[in-house]
Design a protein around this ligand. Sequence first.
Ligand code: ADP
Ligand code: MG
Ligand code: MG
Length: 210
Amino acid sequence: MQITADHVIKFIETITMRVKEQRDYLTQLDSAIGDADHGVNLDRGFTTVLTKLPSVADKDIGTILKTVGTTLVSTVGGASGPLYGTAFLRAGMASADRFELSVDDLAVVVEAALEGIQARGKSTRGEKTMIDAIGPAVDALKAARAAGDDLLTSLRKAVAACQAGMEATIPMLATKGRASYLGERSIGHQDPGATSAFLMAQALLEVLEA
Ligand code: ADP
Ligand code: MG
Ligand code: MG
């Protein structure tokens, strides 16, 4: 099994649906350690992304992902717009001209997205951000690839690692983004960006399992 351009379109549509459903939950998480807009920010961004999908429906995976990235950068305010925007842009660069991705390619593409976020956010693991969910997912994909797992098995492991990484942000002290302004009071709350990253990982699995 490979990931096709059609899967990628469905992946973006599914993210949009899940973000809309979870908008209030994401915003509630952000109200505890931020400014209560994470769900609203992503909902606005992906709702705009959805309107751009018809224009790239027959294009390669790189073009689709780059379009998502530029749209997020221009429509989502705050930290998460440029960060997720850069992630999708880098993922698009890593999948330029491709109409199919293998599990090996997926690991490369997701790692490119992770590196984009880290470069843009000057962030590293353990700072209570989206990186703490995406990093373990990349590790799991690479480990699965090394073990010779197929695409679905690899992705299931990556989603489980992503969830564990998201949950591991609860006891962390935030040192990046708005949550860092709270210092010790950031401890005990799940990071909103790590939560939206998990929603996106789940969305990809949902599409490939369908
Ligand atoms: P803002 O904080 O500007 O209101 P959002 O609420 O949309 O933006 O997004 C907040 C999320 O962005 C955080 O939960 C965190 O996961 C992520 N984030 C913030 N700063 C960084 C950074 N420097 N590197 C990686 N992720 C970050
Ligand atoms: Mg916010
Ligand atoms: Mg904000």
